[in-house]
Write a protein that binds this ligand. Structure first.
Ligand SMILES: O=C(O)CCC(=O)C(=O)O
Ligand SMILES: [Fe+2]
Length: 527
């Protein structure tokens, strides 16, 4: 599928350009054909008018008699042939051939792109009408959605049983339809929107509104069979509910739906929010560290006792103290980034996750991106980057995985996860025999216009991508146990594109560089 990475979406524009040229050609030959026929018709009309003014005189002239006969035989045959001849066949055939060579999105892609847009809408709390007007998080972009686009997004949501978004987008389609009364290319009717709206509103639990909309639909189409059936059903449901209320002696003053969700006891802003909420708030930049959290964080030049770094020390910025998370600046140069992207592009595959029970690699909606692996030996530039990673971390690279290059497409994200394998994930890294993933180095290979932060859901820390920087943290405590506080996620990309590379370093070979210890002391490691 193409929607999972922006790099592949670019190819779709090439496809579109070929299709436009083809359509232009088709329209041109159709126009030529129609122009020819129109000229013929004018000629016939002219002669015919002449003849009609004095029919007897006209046919008594032998030349006219001949010409009339000719017009209705060979000339007319030519017209008929042309009418019959489908000048478009060649162009339609072209399209069929393009399908084999050009990249075309599938229905699955359309669904993926729609779901991604809705995910962005939820995560960044974007209001429907702003999105439809091309405004994302307060920034106005040039694209707007037509009523048809809104309707299609509502329909996709409906197909996915996502009634919440169906209602939002069908309402928007309706509002836009009323604003564009002279739109002749609209592919849907008011009655259709009402049907989607009524049913989804019912599914969302509002039967009264569903009934009102169904009645409105029936005013337009009184014999609509399904709507009539639904109307009876909604009326019966409402009657049943009233009956139930009466039986319970409910006086109607307590209409709030009850919930048996636990009620937060302590500060709800900090402790009782679910991880999902924290994730989304971090992505929106709403959960910021307090000044007391920030005060001890420092920036400095480091040499890590590496001779090479003594000549050119690296810029280190502390992002979190315990667990220690640092950002290295200028960790990857633009020329290296360009080469790495170029090498990765042709090898992109949808990123997979490991099934914790079977150990099998599979795709999942909670990780949407494309990735490729680059070996250290493939190019001296990769070798340089890996050596720099060794210098930055003080860790041995022999046990590290290959460089994983990742590109996120529309709404691409990776929900909260650990990079290390937990005890129950016995089959993780099976066969490697290198131990668990002791550390992560995450290179940012692009700026991201909006969204795309890496967020640590239990630390409430967010790292916003900056091209050329690299984040580094240890995933394991000194006793080898996974550090649960390193749980992190990649927020959906709202606008722009996001490229990162992961270098995952394993336990083997680090015995002397990061000696283990029985206590789970997670003090600063050697850098
Ligand atoms: O892209 C990011 O910001 C984080 C990616 C990540 O956590 C991963 O690939 O394991
Ligand atoms: Fe990760």
């Amino acid at each position: 599928e193409v929607y999972t990475a922006l790099a592949e979406m670019e190819e779709l524009l090439e496809t579109e350009s070929v299709l436009i040229t083809n359509l232009e050609g088709y329209i041109r030959v159709q126009e030529n054909k129609l122009n020819f026929l129109k000229n013929k018709m004018d000629e016939y009309q002219r002669e015919h008018a002449d003849a009609s003014s004095d029919i007897t005189a006209y046919v008594s002239n032998p030349i006219n008699a001949y010409l009339l006969t000719k017009r209705l035989t060979t000339d007319w045959r030519q017209v008929e042939n042309l009418m019959e001849h489908d000048v478009g066949t060649e162009f339609v055939q072209n399209i069929t051939q393009y399908r084999n060579v050009l990249k075309f999105p599938s229905d699955e892609d359309l669904n993926g792109a729609a779901v991604a847009l809705l995910r962005l809408q939820d995560t960044y709390q974007l209001d429907t009408s702003s999105v439809a007007r091309g405004k994302l998080n307060g920034i106005q972009y040039s694209t707007e959605m037509s009523s048809d686009d809104c309707f299609e997004l509502g329909r996709q949501s409906y197909v996915n049983h996502d009634y919440h978004h169906t209602v939002l987008w069908m309402n928007e389609a309706m509002a836009r339809m009323l604003e564009e009364p002279h739109n002749h290319t609209q592919s849907f009717t008011k009655a259709e929107v009402l049907e989607y709206l009524a049913f989804s509103t019912y599914k969302e639990g509002n039967i009264e509104s569903a009934l009102t909309m169904t009645n409105e639909l029936l005013q337009l189409l009184p014999h609509h069979e399904r709507a009539n059936g639904n109307k009876r059903f909604y009326e019966k449901e409402i009657a049943n509910q009233e009956q139930l209320k009466k039986m319970k002696g409910d006086d109607g003053t307590d209409e709030m739906p009850k919930s048996d969700l636990p009620v937060a006891k302590s500060d709800p802003g900090v402790y009782d929010i679910t991880e999902r909420k924290a994730y989304e708030m971090l992505c929106r930049g709403e959960l910021k560290p307090s000044p007391t959290d920030l005060r001890p964080l420092r920036c400095r030049y480091v040499t890590n006792n590496v001779p090479f770094l003594r000549i050119g020390p690296m810029k280190l910025e502390e992002a979190h103290l315990d667990p220690y998370i640092v950002i290295y600046h200028d960790a990857m140069y633009d020329s290296e980034i360009e080469l790495i992207k170029r090498m990765a592009r042709p090898r992109f595959r949808r990123a997979t996750v490991q099934n914790s029970i079977t150990g099998a690699l599979e795709t999942a909606n909670y990780r949407i991106s494309k990735s490729a692996w680059l070996k250290t030996q493939e190019d001296s530039v990769i070798g340089t980057v890996v050596q720099r990673t060794a210098d930055m971390t003080g860790l041995d690279m022999d046990s590290a995985e290959e460089l994983q290059v990742v590109n996120y497409g529309i709404g691409g994200h990776y929900e909260p996860h650990f990079d290390f394998a937990r005890k129950e994930e016995k089959r993780a890294f099976e066969g490697l025999n290198l131990g668990n993933r002791i550390a992560t180095v995450l290179f940012y290979m692009s700026d991201v216009e909006q969204g795309g932060a890496t967020v640590f859901t239990s630390l409430h820390a967010a790292l916003f991508p900056k091209k050329g920087t690299a984040a580094f943290w240890m995933n394991l405590h000194r006793d080898g146990e996974g550090d649960l506080r390193t749980r992190h996620a990649a927020c959906p990309v709202l606008t722009g594109t996001k490229w990162v590379s992961n270098k995952w370093i394993h336990e083997r070979g680090q015995e002397f560089r990061r000696p283990c210890s029985l206590d789970e002391d997670h003090g600063e490691f050697a850098i």
